[in-house]
Design a protein around this ligand. Structure first.
Ligand code: ADP
Ligand code: MG
Length: 696
């Protein structure tokens, strides 16, 4: 006798059960199919009721067109569908499901009850199903659909999911996890169908976990489902690409929003699907906008000519593929990128492209879906580690040792006389840090946070310094992008923020000889007068200078306590706050600063005073090159040499103190992201430059 086992044909119900188990792996899969059927039936209201994570009970009630009584006998058989009559229809089908397998599958692994009423029927009918067939609800009762009371529409109940597949049933660890998946599916369909009202609740619960109204628009629905922090940072785009035969409709977060995990709601031809290809490509779009390890929210709905979508995929194989996929995905990503770059706040530093080859894919109506040629792998060619060495580290720095000495000195810093002709030395006293809790300062700090432009913050925080282009512009690199930064403007903001952050805790820059405030202000007034910027005044200049000096001296205590500005009773300035260790502002600006303390600072209110004085100090400290001597004659040699030295020191401070300062805790305000890109400008994407080099 042969020991080889005979091959037996499996029983048909077993085959069906196995097939069903492949399609319906968990309650959320079943619900997805049921929601799709309701939407296919034209429902505008869908109510879902769940018990034990959907395993005990999954019920969905819709107000769609219902099922005719004569069809009730076969709705749960495999390959019965009202949506597909001939094989050729497969290529035209535009509804969600199209294979007539969902209800059949569910009836193989659960007890299904359908109650349904079409508009013109007198009453509703109810029927029970098992293994694809009508079954009798109780022994001795006919299995035929029975008339009953009911509203227009369909109610489908699936009970005891996987009652006949014990291994699958045991695999569910927690009801709440299954329930969360259900809520997730409902939320996604609710967003995609914002004109349909959805509710979803647990049986016995007083309130629904999902409740949307049919009058909401997509932003409202996203707010309800995913919170207002994302809803208020959304961009929208709707575009058709006739050549590639597809339409896209997207709502996606801008650079101000980011979270630890990407939320991607992807619908293709109204079916909730997954595509790792699309997901990765979208991640790449946001890569340069968001901090490392943070992700956007993206709702993307594609209408692709059904002819081009692979209809032979398994109905629940959620990972989809379609014809010309790469080309379509590229079109999608460049459309998103375009919108993100064009967004009002980002426009500044993302749109301006100067170098050839750096421009984005242009879109004109006729060829708007031209395939961009960017290759992702090229990113790897670019050095993007902001800790990496820059060009300048290979070039000899001016006064290297001297400068390093200043930065590294822990306590008292004496500026070398030869290095700096400025009568100043810096000092930071060791004293316990004061934790400032003044409402005014907290308010001002909050205002800074509120105005933040996160995209720009990230660029500055993770940048690599490339080099100074001139006295006010420097090149930095962030990821694959090269930016031109106006550091005169940016540093002013930096110093203002340092003033708020370190309020009451500054070290002191000690002036080696006292400076007369009165004389300084007189100098400033003379300059103003020469430049014709002094308004027609009522008082003589001297009187103005005296009044301002009095104002400043009378505030000496406050100025010392809060700003580390030391002023003697006689009206001499003895010390200034040390905002960045080792940084000395250009002293040419001191007279104007003192004058503006009288004209620009609001001495009336606490918050106003801290804010306006902070601003003035920031203007004073902001990077501004030393004034070049006008007179270039031979006997002016010393002045020139001195200027040269100061100028070198100036650029050194910019690179070694200001730009590192931007990396630590700087919050870029939206005001820096200006319309005309004059403050921070994206020059080029390095990958594009590489392409140019490759061609050479
Ligand atoms: P498919 O959706 O692929 O056609 P299903 O097994 O999901 O297959 O559904 C079978 C048929 O049952 C559908 O074609 C439709 O005619 C009918 N049907 C299912 N659910 C509903 C519903 N909620 N309202 C109206 N008809 C429905
Ligand atoms: Mg279906």
């Amino acid at each position: 006798m042969s020991t080889v086992p005979a091959i037996k044909r499996l029983d048909q119900t077993v085959i069906n059960r196995i097939a069903a188990g492949e399609i319906i792996q968990r309650p959320a899969n079943a619900l997805k199919e049921l929601i799709e059927n309701s939407l296919d039936a034209g429902a505008t209201q869908i109510q879902i009721l769940v018990k034990d994570g959907g395993i005990k009970l999954l019920q969905i009630q819709d107000n769609g067109h219902g099922i005719r009584k004569e069809d009730m006998g076969i709705v749960c058989e495999r390959f019965t569908t009202s949506k597909l009559k001939k094989f050729e229809d497969l290529s035209q089908i535009a509804t969600y499901g199209f294979r007539g397998e969902a209800l059949a599958s569910i009836s193989h692994i659960a007890h299904v009850t359908i109650t349904t009423k079409t508009k013109d029927a007198q009453c509703a009918f109810r029927a029970n199903y098992s293994d694809g067939k009508l079954v009798s609800p109780r022994p001795g009762v006919s299995a035929d659909p029975k008339p009953c009371a009911g509203n227009d529409g369909t109610q489908i109940t699936a009970e005891d999911l996987f009652y006949n597949v014990p291994t699958r049933r045991r695999a569910f660890k927690s009801f709440s996890e299954e329930y969360n998946r259900i809520v997730d599916v409902v939320s996604r369909y609710a967003v995609h169908n914002s004109a349909v009202s959805f509710t979803c609740r647990k049986q016995g619960a007083a309130t629904a976990d999902v409740q949307t109204s049919s009058t909401s628009n997509i932003t409202d629905t996203i707010r309800q489902m995913y919170g207002s922090s994302v809803a208020s940072e959304l961009l929208h785009v709707e575009k058709e690409f006739p050549q590639s035969e597809f339409k896209m409709n997207a709502s996606f977060s801008n650079a101000n929003y980011h979270v630890k995990k990407m939320t991607l709601l992807l619908f293709i031809n109204n079916r909730l699907v997954e595509s790792s290809n699309i997901k990765k490509s979208i991640e790449n779009v946001y890569n340069s906008l968001l901090p490392k390890g943070s992700y956007p929210f993206v709702y993307l709905s594609l209408d692709i000519n059904p002819r081009n979508v692979d209809v032979n995929v398994h109905p629940t194989k959620r990972e989809v593929h379609f014809l010309n996929e790469d080309r379509i995905v590229d079109t999608i990503t460049s459309t998103l990128q375009e919108q993100l770059e064009g967004a009002n706040f980002s426009r500044t530093f993302y749109t301006q492209t100067i170098l050839p080859g750096a421009s984005q894919v242009e879109s004109s109506p006729s060829d708007s879906d031209k395939t961009p040629t960017r290759k992702v792998q090229e990113y790897n060619l670019v050095r993007t580690d902001s800790r990496a060495r820059t060009l300048d580290t290979f070039v000899q720095r001016p006064e290297d040792e001297l400068m390093e000495g200043i930065v590294n000195t822990e306590d008292v810093l004496e500026l070398d006389e030869e290095l700096s002709s400025q009568p100043i030395s810096s000092q930071s006293k060791k004293r316990p840090r004061i934790d400032v809790q003044m409402t005014s300062i907290l308010n001002l700090r909050n205002a800074v946070k509120k105005s933040e432009h996160t995209g720009l913050t990230n660029v500055l925080r993770d940048h690599t310094f490339v080099g100074c282009a001139d006295d006010t512009l420097a090149l930095i690199q962030h990821k694959q992008d090269l930016y031109l930064v106006n550091f005169a403007v940016v540093s002013e903001e930096l110093f203002y923020q340092v003033l708020l952050a370190e309020f009451c805790n500054f070290g002191k820059l000690q002036l080696t000889s006292p400076v007369s405030i009165l004389e300084c202000i007189k100098v400033a007034l003379d300059v103003e007068e020469q430049q014709g910027t002094l308004p027609d005044q009522l008082q003589p200049k001297d009187t103005i200078a005296e009044t301002i000096t009095d104002v400043i001296v009378s505030r000496a205590d406050m100025l010392e306590d809060h700003f580390s500005m030391v002023i003697s009773k006689e009206g001499s300035l003895l010390a200034l706050p040390m905002l960045l260790k080792g940084y000395v502002p250009t002293m040419d600006k001191l007279p104007l600063f003192l004058l503006r303390m009288g004209t620009e600072v609001d001495w009336e209110t606490e918050e106003g005073c801290f804010d306006s004085l902070g601003r003035e100090l920031a203007i004073f400290y902001s990077a501004e090159p030393p004034v070049e001597p006008v007179d270039i004659t031979a006997d002016n040699d010393t002045a020139r040499r001195q200027y040269k030295q100061e100028h070198e020191k100036y650029l050194w401070q910019v690179q070694n103190l200001i730009f590192p300062g931007l990396k630590s805790q700087f919050i870029a305000p939206a005001s820096l992201a200006r319309e005309d890109g004059s403050y921070v400008t994206r020059l080029a994407r390095l990958t594009d430059l590489y392409k140019i080099f490759e061609r050479c």
